[in-house]
Design a protein around this ligand. Structure first.
Ligand code: RFL
Ligand code: PHB
Length: 389
């Protein structure tokens, strides 16, 4: 098989990129290790920035998102006692869209056939070859048969554990990493949210987040030590903990219900630089991870894809390679700022095992400062809605 761009991974990054390239008449094939339903079963992001919404609009795939998504004008930080509202619309003139990654991915997946985007699911043993040449190729197995896909460029959209980043020699890049000593235990339930906007809480007992997927479906998280097992968290224990950590105002409106999904996600900050090596470009989680506290992971994947698509269109249509050679610097400039925001919000809103009374006092003082400072709130708001691409 031969194509112009081989895309590894059919998560949001790979599917968005595939659609953007097809819309410009550029040939591409997407290789995905899992089945479509498996990809859709992973419950992840819930908050979309304008960059992500804008790409769906550009593709004309925004109808369901506009009908079912919830545009939010603000969110809250809580310190166990009170809610501090960050008026993102008032402070930035922008909104965020609450629409699940599952739904966004479904919209992208359902449009593949109609738009001639070829996605090969259950592609096993995907391996990248000759990425330092102008004629790279990918080998994989499909239904037991050995296959080969030749391309001019390869884009790795295969998440943190995929083979793309690993194909780059260690000497050609650098890893920056911070692993956090806790994970987020998430619960999804068909109950109305406790508040019409998100609440991020830092309580003496730890972090909690009240989020949602719709007016009838809630998503909540509490942070737990990494060694914790999901079996030790029956639904009632989670609801009890949420009621304490979110504070009395929110607790009064929590509706409990059986979990339809429960999982623990570890938290990590990670960047691999550069994001291009030879004929291989990396987009999304394959190149970087942020802790979910800032709701940035999926949105960073979307901004990478925006830059990558721009570079690829310039390369194939104007025969200009400068976009490709400048891709990594352009993408990383935005990545680092989102890494900083996600890290600082994580630092502010979680209890770290090494923290003593002083660090706790610093968190309380910072939240108090934010509560009384329009400048501090504006800084948080402009990062939360997403920095410009
Ligand atoms: P994905 O979604 O991991 O997709 C990668 C795809 O590559 C496939 N793959 C392979 N394919 C072929 N061969 C192989 N060998 C392969 N290995 C892997 C995988 O099967 C998969 O389909 O990466 P992508 O596209 O870069 O998207 C990134 C986002 O998924 C991620 O950043 C977000 O989910 C992060 N995130 C959030 N982001 C936000 O913007 N807002 C949020 O509110 C938000 N909340 C979250 C989150 C992530 C969470 N978890 C579970 C880590 C909340 C949580 C709890
Ligand atoms: C979610 O709804 O899953 C969600 C929302 C905001 C975050 C992280 C996750 O910061």
């Amino acid at each position: 098989m031969q194509t112009q761009v081989a895309i590894i991974g059919a998560g949001p990054a790979g599917l968005l990129l595939g659609h953007l390239l097809r819309a410009e008449g550029i040939e591409c094939v997407v290789l995905e290790r899992q089945t479509g339903p498996y990809v859709l079963s992973r419950i992840r992001a819930g908050v979309l920035e304008q960059v992500t919404v804008g790409l769906m609009e550009r593709l004309g795939l925004d109808a369901r998102m506009k009908a079912e998504g919830l545009a939010h004008d603000g969110f809250h930080l809580a310190d166990g006692k009170r809610l501090i509202r960050i008026d993102i619309a008032g402070l930035t003139g922008k909104q965020v869209m609450v629409y699940g990654q599952t739904e966004l991915t479904r919209d992208l997946m359902e449009a593949t056939a109609g738009r001639g985007l070829e996605v090969i699911h259950e592609a096993a043993d995907v391996a990248l070859h000759d990425i330092e040449s102008d004629a790279p190729f990918v080998t994989f197995r499909k239904d037991g048969a050995a296959c080969r896909l030749d391309a001019r460029l390869i884009v790795g959209c295969d998440g943190f554990h995929g083979p793309s980043r690993k194909a780059i020699p260690a000497s050609a890049g650098r890893e920056y990493e911070r692993v956090y000593p806790f994970g987020w235990l998430g619960i999804l339930a068909d109950v109305p949210p406790c508040n019409h906007e998100l609440i991020y809480a830092n309580h003496e007992r730890g972090f909690a987040l009240a989020s949602m997927r719709s007016h009838a479906r809630s998503r909540y998280y509490v942070d737990v030590p990494l060694a914790e097992r999901i079996e030790d968290w029956p639904d009632d224990r989670i609801w009890d903990e949420l009621a304490i950590r979110l504070g009395p105002e929110a607790a009064a409106h929590i509706t409990r219900g059986p979990a339809i999904e429960k999982s623990i996600a570890p938290l990590r900050s990670y960047v691999f630089a550069p994001m291009r090596h030879g004929s291989l470009m990396l987009c999304g989680d394959s190149a970087h991870i942020v802790p979910p506290t800032g709701a940035k992971g999926l949105n960073l994947a979307a901004s990478d894809v925006h830059y990558a698509a721009e570079a690829l269109v310039r390369f194939f249509k104007a025969k200009d390679p400068d976009g490709i050679s400048g891709y990594s610097d352009k993408a990383l400039a935005r990545v680092w700022k989102s890494e900083r925001f996600s890290w600082s919000l994580t630092r502010l809103m979680h209890r770290f095992p090494e923290d003593g009374a002083f660090e706790r006092a610093m968190q309380v003082a910072e939240l108090d400062y934010i509560a009384g400072s329009r400048a501090a709130q504006t800084s948080i708001a402009e990062n939360y809605v997403g920095l410009p691409v």
